[in-house]
Write a protein that binds this ligand. Structure first.
Ligand code: 13P
Length: 252
């Protein structure tokens, strides 16, 4: 089975006001001029999605950082996958560690959110990752594979699912795991996908996230079973983010 193109995705988290439009037009222009060998996605806050999707920036897909598991109803402050679909979101991140920690989201909740995303035709980017305490206790593989098993719905396919491995201790800290550690976790993720989905599991993209920047992207992205990146801080400025996209040009 042919894998989709690698994906470099930016997660703006709770950052970005209207002036951030500039970063999308700049990013689109950088890709126009220099090309890109991967797909490119930005997930801004909900408030900017409609606006950014109305720009003429065909090189940059716009996605969301979360959705509710239900399509409508009495859930004050929440946003449904159907609403995001109406805004043109083709990708929805679910189960980011910040949501698991800040909002107490369990892997079962994440699974239901992934189904909601898939049901509107979006690709769910399902996040997993261990804390520093879990890594130091030698539990990283166990934690990641357990989270993954419960978070991925049976409905997962190459087209509607992407996995993102983001060690919690690497997010926003400037610390990154060694290439060997990334390889070990990504292989465990790949093996679980193969066990569960057969040959289709080989073509599901697995992203690495956690302090990815231009200077370390080429090394991280060349690790086996790393099919792209999920980027926080370095995705906020188009020029920084493009350095990561350009790193793909140096691989393979
Ligand atoms: P940083 O790239 O800022 O470490 O954030 C990673 C992340 O959490 C992306 O979802």
């Amino acid at each position: 089975m042919t894998a989709p193109r690698a994906l470099v995705a930016g997660n703006w988290k709770m950052n970005g006001l209207k002036q951030a439009v500039y970063e999308i037009t700049r990013l689109n222009e950088l890709i126009n001029v220099n090309g890109a060998t991967c797909d490119v996605l930005i997930c801004p806050p909900f408030t900017l999605i409609g606006h950014l999707n109305s720009l003429s920036a065909p090189n940059v897909a716009i996605g969301a950082q979360d959705c509710h598991m239900n399509m409508s109803g009495a859930h004050t402050g929440d946003i449904s996958a159907e609403m995001l679909n109406e805004l043109g979101c083709g990708y929805i991140i679910v189960g980011h560690s910040e949501r698991r920690a800040d909002h107490g989201e369990s892997s079962e909740t994440v699974n239901a959110k992934a189904v909601a995303a898939q049901n509107v035709g979006a690709t769910a980017i399902i996040c997993v990752g261990e804390t520093i305490e879990q890594r130091e206790a030698g539990e990283a593989l166990d934690v990641v594979t357990t989270q993954l098993k419960a978070s991925i719905p049976d409905s997962a396919t190459t087209d509607n699912t992407i996995i993102a491995y983001e060690p919690v201790w690497a997010i926003g800290t400037g610390k990154v795991p060694t290439a060997a550690d990334v390889a070990e976790v990504h292989l465990a993720v790949r093996n679980q996908l193969l066990d569960r989905f057969g040959a289709g599991g080989d073509a599901i993209n697995i992203l690495y996230g956690g302090s990815v920047k231009g200077s370390n992207a080429a090394e991280l992205m060349s690790v086996a079973n790393v099919n792209g990146a999920l980027v926080g801080g370095a995705s906020l400025k188009a020029d920084d983010f493009f350095d990561i996209i350009a790193a793909f040009g140096h691989i393979g």
